[in-house]
Ligand binder design. Structure first.
Ligand code: AMP
Ligand code: ZN
Length: 148
């Protein structure tokens, strides 16, 4: 996993925004980008972040709430699309170390869920296997593009 120590700016997500670091970006607009989590809990686990740096919930511009949620909604709809067939999603913002935040650039997790997936979900939380992120990114981008 990338850490701030590997980052030119000290923030791995700012480096993804500036395209200094690679990521499997599935959606972007003027305010936000969405990319695949490098260590997904489930196939298609996506992070939605504001382009402008903020560390957590306290300091993110509230005006970015709508674009962040709109992008999370797009991703969630795509995960429920034909290629992914999620039945639902968990949307989470871990704010602060006590809440298990590890990357201090505000981000929203969108994690696909299926009926009866408790065991595989728990396993995913423990193993965090990347899988074929390039192929997953291609599928998710196509699902999102089809919404427009
Ligand atoms: P959190 O615990 O809420 O701070 O989650 C941070 C998430 O960022 C974790 O799920 C990591 O797997 C993910 N992550 C860390 N570095 C990268 C990276 N370079 N590209 C994509 N996801 C990352
Ligand atoms: Zn940042």
């Amino acid at each position: 996993m990338s850490t701030a120590g590997d980052s030119p700016t000290g923030c791995v997500f700012c480096d993804i925004v500036s395209e200094t670091s690679p990521a499997h970006v599935v959606y972007s607009d003027d305010d936000v980008i969405a990319f695949l989590d490098i260590s997904p809990v489930a196939r298609g686990h996506t992070l939605v972040i504001p382009r402008r740096h903020s560390a957590g919930l306290d300091d993110v511009d509230p005006a970015l709430g709508a674009p962040l949620l709109a992008a999370a909604q797009r991703v969630a709809k795509a995960l429920k699309g034909s290629a992914f067939r999620a039945h639902g999603v968990n949307v989470a913002l871990n704010d602060g170390r006590a809440a298990m935040q590890t990357v201090f650039h505000t981000h929203i997790h969108v994690i696909p869920r299926r009926h009866g997936d408790k065991v595989s979900f728990a396993k995913g939380l423990l193993t965090r296997r990347s899988g074929d992120l390039a192929a997953i990114g291609t599928e998710l981008r196509a699902e999102i593009a089809a919404q427009r």
